[in-house]
Design a binder for this molecule. Structure first.
Ligand SMILES: *Cc1c(COP(=O)(O)O)cnc(C)c1O
Length: 376
């Protein structure tokens, strides 16, 4: 029995609505009732005035940067430990991303480091709610107010997570969501912007679809993108949102089951849930500490031999040497905590529909692998 890191939770309901979209001939990203419905349901879910579908999480982040007029000469503060799409979005606009090192328990950006990195060039902060745990947003929002900065949330891994009872996605100026196959809500590929401000929403909608003209469609208003999500994918998204409570419950139970079994293991750091947050546990991540530091390769290989798939953690921006060389950039200052997570962290099979039997197999093999690595 191979236990994969994630299996998409899609089936008959998604197929039925997607088929309906195709049967109606509404297959593009311009027309179709499912686009409207997905956007309406998702805006309700995040408690925002607008939700704007886009073709991926990466597109959402780039569109956010373009909407906020981030450009050459501007600096954007970004969580160092994230999917590199968050950084690429800043680079696409010719701006400079500044990595902010992580907290060692939530793995989110360390708020205490933020203010010292703000310069007259700083325009925005991208707070990434990593692995489903929200960033401590109030201090971020206070700094943003003080220095007149935009706040973008990267919610790609945190659909439904809350911060002090407030929904993520509506805490800053723009929320960016991903619906890739392994995300909490999926449309295969896809994404969403969540926005409250009327002007920002109008600009995002314009740029998303080639900035078509009003009177003459082909007299364009700006240099736009085609980041539209098709009505067929939106149909899948609508089906997903009908079972969102079930998805979130499954994730929570998956995490609680691992935590109960692993909480007494030495030399590992497990996911946490701060008093200010609800964690939606996109993936169940583990960081090796103490005697297990530097032994990730050995442990992941041992699990693979037992047909248990795991995935190594993100390599932080401060270590993306190939990107820096190619662009003739100098490496930013080190982010020691993010680099340690990236070196000693990996995640366990954590899909929404993982069975307890599968989890028991993972736990059994993991405990054995950890013990072997400790004894070595
Ligand atoms: C998945 C992910 C993205 C990119 O989303 P895509 O839909 O794959 O383009 C961006 N940021 C984070 C934190 C992610 O996990």
């Amino acid at each position: 029995m191979i236990v994969p890191v994630s299996r998409p939770f899609v089936g008959a309901e998604e197929a039925e609505l997607a088929r309906d979209a195709v049967a109606r001939g509404d297959i593009s990203g311009i027309f179709g009732e499912y686009i409207k419905e997905f956007e309406r349901v998702y805006a309700d879910f995040c408690g925002t005035k607008y939700a704007i579908t886009v073709s991926s999480g990466t597109a959402a982040l780039h569109l956010a940067m373009a909407t906020l007029n981030i450009g050459p000469g501007d600096e954007v503060l970004v969580s160092a430990f994230t999917n590199m799409a968050t950084f690429f979005a800043v680079l696409y606009q010719g701006a400079t991303p500044i990595p902010i090192d992580s907290e060692s328990d939530t793995w989110n950006m360390d708020i205490a480091l933020l203010e010292a990195r703000i310069t007259p060039q700083t325009k925005a902060i991208i707070a990434v709610h990593i692995y489903g745990h929200p960033v401590d947003m109030d201090p971020v929002l206070e700094l943003a107010k003080k220095y007149n900065l935009f706040v973008v949330e990267d919610v790609a891994e945190a659909h439904g997570a809350t911060y002090k009872g407030r929904n993520t996605g509506g805490l800053g100026h723009i929320g960016c969501h991903s619906f890739y196959a392994n995300k909490i809500v999926t449309t295969g590929e896809g994404g969403m912007l969540t926005v409250n401000d009327d002007a920002l929403a109008a600009r995002a909608k314009l740029l998303k679809s080639l900035a078509f003209g009003v009177q003459n469609k082909f007299l364009h208003q700006d240099v736009g993108f085609n980041y539209r999500l098709t009505n067929v994918q939106c149909a899948i998204g609508v089906a997903q949102m009908r079972k969102i409570n079930e998805i979130l419950r499954c994730k929570k139970e998956m995490a609680a089951f691992y935590t109960e079994a692993l909480k007494d293991e030495a030399d590992i750091c497990l996911p946490t849930e701060k008093a200010y947050a609800t964690n939606v546990y996109w993936m169940y991540n583990i960081v090796l500490t103490g005697r297990l530091e530097g032994k990730r390769e050995q442990i992941m290989t041992a699990l693979k031999e037992r047909e248990i798939e795991t995935r190594e953690d993100f390599v932080p921006y401060s270590q993306q040497s190939i990107v820096f060389e190619k662009r003739g950039l100098v490496l930013p200052r080190a982010c020691p905590i993010a680099e340690r997570i990236g070196r000693d962290g990996f995640y366990l099979p954590s899909g929404t529909i993982i069975s307890r039997e599968e989890q028991n197999a993972v736990i059994f093999e993991l405990k054995r692998a950890l013990k072997d690595a400790r004894d070595l």
